[in-house]
Design a protein around this ligand. Structure first.
Ligand code: SF4
Ligand code: SF4
Length: 136
């Protein structure tokens, strides 16, 4: 049976230079579609992709990724903002890879477009008053 899932890959610095995604295709016969990428050799990287293929190959591919130190997050999770806690400091705006935050010029308020969120979790760590919460 073939499956297709949207996942977020967090690459530790020592893995970002390796041909990890290429091996998913070559060794596990999987297909991928990169939705967002922020990967520089030697730095922590982030890749949001749709990964598809036969279930058993998919499972082996995921095992391979975790084995080399890549952290995997499923996009079935959800991120919400606590409007009371948000101080509109703007720390999340530049960090979000999908442009889910925007600054309203007139009011200087930070708007959050939940529909654009790909649940990478970066804003959860970056938000000083912990207004962004990740739900499983
Ligand atoms: S980082 Fe947190 S407090 Fe600051 S604007 Fe974003 S959600 Fe609001
Ligand atoms: S989790 Fe936060 S940083 Fe990641 S896409 Fe959603 S709003 Fe943007």
């Amino acid at each position: 049976m073939d499956i297709s899932k949207r996942i977020v890959l967090h690459f530790p610095p020592h893995v970002t230079g390796q041909p990890v995604v290429y091996r998913l295709v070559r060794d596990f016969n999987l297909n991928f579609n990169i939705l967002k990428a922020s990967v520089s050799p030697g730095e922590e990287g982030l890749l949001i992709m749709e990964l598809s293929g036969a279930q058993k190959n998919y499972d082996k591919g995921i095992q391979y990724l975790t084995g080399v130190g890549v952290k995997i997050q499923s996009l079935s999770q959800d991120v919400v903002r606590d409007e009371v806690r948000c101080t509109h400091c703007g720390a999340c705006v530049a960090i979000c890879p999908s442009g889910a935050f925007s600054l309203e010029p007139k009011t200087r308020r930070v708007l959050f477009d939940h529909n654009k969120c790909v649940v990478c979790g970066l804003c959860v760590k970056a938000c000083p008053p912990r207004a962004m919460r990740l739900y499983f």
